[in-house]
Design a protein around this ligand. Structure first.
Ligand code: MLT
Length: 387
């Protein structure tokens, strides 16, 4: 049996590969601490779980949901965007429910990309930007991202011949994995660039709510003219500790939302209605639980930075996200450092090279592990490096 050629070009999914390594060690009875995937360790807030418990008993939710998301869900998303960012959206045409933003990021490529086209992805970015392109028999052009430029993807360096075949430009700030944030001027330049080159701009805003030191992240849709070229992906996963629920939404340019909806209604039948109801409660009730998560992650961030500092590893304090992006010591590649830390310290960190070419030389530490385990992990890394 011969599988499609595009699968041969698809690298193993970064986190599936890391999980497999972890499982192999755990099955040998080894106590592994994972600072790998960004998967909140704190449960979904009780009021959201309770809303789900009620919604699941409603027989109306046992039938097929609306393909695009229920009217109430899309209205709640639009209301949240209005309250949070002052962005006005028509829930009927400018909002679409997603089964997690990961599927939206992959499927928007089915809607816009033809075989042989280019997708412009940050050279350090969520692996699904390029994986989605490969699944479409398309190519990825990695836009440079450098520390000295604040890890802002340098779209203005993309060669003309690539641009002529490009369909989508992906960016995401607050950035996974670097924790970098973008200025309004950067967003304006990206919007102007996409208008000039007839590109769909997809802004991945999965970490908008997790800001530190008073930082409040914007939506790209706040910027003038954004809706003419951009859609934004929001996820409830990290904001409300709902990674397992698979609930998110895309919003913005109505042509792109319609096209993504067309792909999806041919591929899936929408997200379970009860999950949408719980998500409405998440977005419409008090946001204190989100503020508490910011306090928790900021504390963990500082704890990790202090511990790394104590062992001679310096890194910038991110203003947002749930990650710390760390330059590795001389003499290692990202993969060899991550491998050493895994096999000798039994700590999982994510090799930066898994996020694209400019990620080489870095690892990512996720803050979604209890404080005492985070500290124990850094202690183990220190011990390993001292050997
Ligand atoms: C991450 O660790 O980058 C994310 O949690 C992975 C994901 O959202 O799929």
């Amino acid at each position: 049996m011969k599988t499609a050629r595009n699968l041969d070009h698809l690298p193993p999914y970064l986190f599936a590969q890391i999980d497999a390594k972890r499982d192999a060690l755990v099955s040998q009875g080894i106590d592994v601490i994972s600072l790998g995937i960004g998967d909140p360790d704190i449960p979904t807030p009780e009021h959201i779980v309770e809303a789900m418990a009620q919604a699941i008993r409603n027989p109306a939710n046992h039938r097929y949901p609306d393909y695009a998301g229920s009217k109430d869900y899309r209205q709640a998303c639009a209301g949240w965007m209005q309250r949070r960012f002052g962005v006005e959206l028509d829930p009927a045409t400018e909002v679409l429910a997603l089964i997690g933003s990961k599927e939206g990021i992959a499927h928007i490529q089915t809607a816009f990309v033809n075989p042989g086209d280019y997708v412009l992805a940050p050279s350090i970015g969520y692996p699904v930007y390029s994986g989605g392109a490969t699944l479409m028999h398309a190519q990825t052009y990695f836009m440079p991202m450098r520390a000295e430029n604040g890890f802002l993807a340098e779209f203005d360096t993309v060669p003309g011949e690539i641009l002529a075949q490009a369909k989508i430009l992906f960016i995401g700030y607050p950035n996974n994995p670097t924790g970098a944030i973008a200025t309004p001027e950067y967003f304006d330049a990206a919007i102007a660039f996409c208008k000039e080159h007839d590109l769909l701009l997809v802004h991945d805003n999965a970490y908008s709510e997790l800001g530190f030191d008073g930082y409040v992240a914007p939506s790209i849709l706040e910027r003038p003219g954004a809706k003419e070229v951009a859609i934004e992906m929001f996820s409830l996963s990290k904001t409300y500790n709902m990674t397992g629920w698979r609930i998110a939404f895309a919003c913005g340019n109505p042509t792109a939302i319609k096209a993504l909806g067309t792909v999806k209604n041919n591929l899936d039948s929408g997200q379970f209605g009860a999950i949408q109801e719980a998500a409405i409660v998440a977005m419409e009730s008090s946001q204190d639980c989100v503020a508490q998560m910011c306090v928790l992650y900021q504390r963990r961030r500082d704890l990790v930075l202090d511990a790394l500092h104590a062992i001679g590893i310096e890194c910038e304090a991110p203003k947002a996200t749930i990650y710390v992006w760390v330059k590795i010591p001389e003499g290692y590649t990202s993969a060899s450092f991550a491998e050493k830390v895994l096999t000798e310290a039994h700590v999982i960190v994510t090799p930066g090279s898994g996020y694209g070419p400019d990620g080489e030389g870095f690892i990512r530490i996720s803050l979604t592990t209890p404080d005492e385990l985070l500290l124990e992990a850094v202690r183990r890394i220190k011990e390993t490096m001292a050997k």
